[in-house]
Design a protein around this ligand. Structure first.
Ligand SMILES: [Cu+2]
Length: 418
């Protein structure tokens, strides 16, 4: 092994000290200065194609935005596994799980339904399927929490729908009790907590003892011996004996714990797995008699506009009108429907803003201010797939009975470069 000599003249020592001093001041400033809590939509870190063409939530409604501790909020809407699911980059969707995305366990999911069916666990899903969903969540901790409905797909991660800030007032009691088959009522917030703590402590003691036994020896000396090929000489007979002792203790504790639980808890049921297949809405019910086709999409970065040329055919018996467009969880509404729309939705222009007569077809130009889409990274200008996938909503003329028809659009975006 060769040693390197570091020469240090007084000048460079002074320089080094000054740098160290500056670094120390910098670190201290970071520690002392007040920090504001970070806040952002985490979903925006997901790529555009993931958020627009895998799972899309629409018509998401929250029953309340302010509740007391122990009160419930119901989230309803539609979740659609897109037909344009990118199988070439992601595995095809087969297993999904409806959930909520919250900052920690601040809510408790009481009810979880897809297509009116109770879905406590992961369910089988299919491409192009639309499921009405319902989530009932009970407020557990006071505070203001950002809540999204979410849908986890095996192999693709969790996609979220429109979010809302829900304030949970610091009054009320959170109760989470359940009656067991043997008639006793238990509080799920504390049930078995003593046992959990005991097992953590036992593992901690065994683990720490094992670490201490090895870590009290000089690490560098031993590493050197191993690199010189003398590793086998480091382990003595008593090390081996103690090692076996640890293994025996771990086995005895594990099997002993199991035997103890079997003896004291006579009536137990193994963990259950339920795999249901919720029935999606019939495709005709979802997309109806409207067949839209994208002729072109142009994106102008300078003017921040997205211009779509649509050709829509209406084979139904009632006149329909383009109501809104949705990319990911961002909605754009036609001016004629603005009054009834979600206040968060943005405006778009539709030319000509006319109904499509039964049996007829029409060509429209839809213009969207894409600034918000860019900010939310929903226009995939810097991705390998310059495509936009979204949902188009139409409404028929019978006023009262509003029928939202949904269709997917998948088309390459042409960029206007100047
Ligand atoms: Cu969010």
């Amino acid at each position: 092994m060769r040693l390197m000599r570091i020469s240090m003249n007084p000048e460079s020592t002074g320089h080094l000290l000054r740098r160290l001093f500056r670094l120390a001041v910098g670190v201290l400033a970071l520690l002392v200065l007040p920090v504001s809590p970070a806040s952002a939509h985490g979903e925006e870190s997901q790529q555009a194609f993931q958020r627009t063409s895998t799972v899309v939530f629409y018509d998401v409604k929250f029953s309340d935005d302010t509740v007391d501790v122990g009160e419930s909020v119901t989230i309803t809407g539609m979740v659609r596994v897109m037909k344009s699911w990118p199988d070439h980059t992601l595995e095809p969707p087969e297993m999904g799980y409806l959930t909520v995305s919250t900052p920690g366990p601040v809510f408790y999911v009481q009810e979880r339904e897809m297509s009116g069916e109770f879905t406590p666990q992961s369910v089988r899903i299919e491409k192009g399927a639309t499921y009405p969903f319902k989530l009932v969540i009970k407020a557990r901790q006071p505070g203001t929490w950002h809540v999204h409905p979410g849908f986890g797909v095996e192999g693709a991660g969790t996609l979220v729908g429109a979010g809302k800030d829900i304030t949970v007032n610091d009054t009320g009691v959170f109760e989470n009790t359940v009656t067991l088959a043997n008639g006793t009522t238990v509080d799920l917030e504390t049930f078995g907590l003593g046992r959990v703590v005991t097992w953590h402590l036992i593992s901690l003691v065994v683990g720490l003892a094992w670490l201490l036994f090895w870590l009290r020896r000089p690490i560098l000396d031993r590493a050197m011996a191993i690199s010189e090929g003398r590793g086998a000489t480091l382990i003595t007979r008593s090390d081996r004996r103690i090692g076996i002792g640890f293994a025996v203790v771990a086995l005895v504790v594990g099997t002993g714990g199991y035997a103890y639980a079997e003896m004291t808890q006579s009536s137990s049921v193994p963990l259950q797995v339920v795999r249901t297949t919720p029935v999606p809405l019939a495709e005709e019910e979802v997309s109806g008699a409207v067949a839209p086709e994208i002729e072109s999409i142009r994106f102008n970065a300078e003017a921040d506009t997205l211009t779509m040329k649509l050709r829509v055919e209406n084979t139904g018996a009632a006149a329909v009108r383009l109501q809104r467009v949705q990319f990911g969880d961002v909605e754009f509404v036609s001016p004629s429907f603005a009054s009834a729309a979600d206040p968060d939705a943005q405006a778009m222009t539709v030319t000509p803003d006319q109904a499509i007569e039964p049996g007829g077809s029409a060509t429209f130009t839809v213009e969207i201010q894409s600034e918000d889409l860019i900010v939310r990274s929903l226009v995939p200008v810097n991705e390998a797939e310059l495509r936009v996938t979204g949902l188009l909503f139409f409404e028929d003329e019978t006023g009262e009975q509003v029928v939202s028809e949904v269709n997917e659009l998948t088309s390459a975006i042409l960029q206007d470069f100047h």
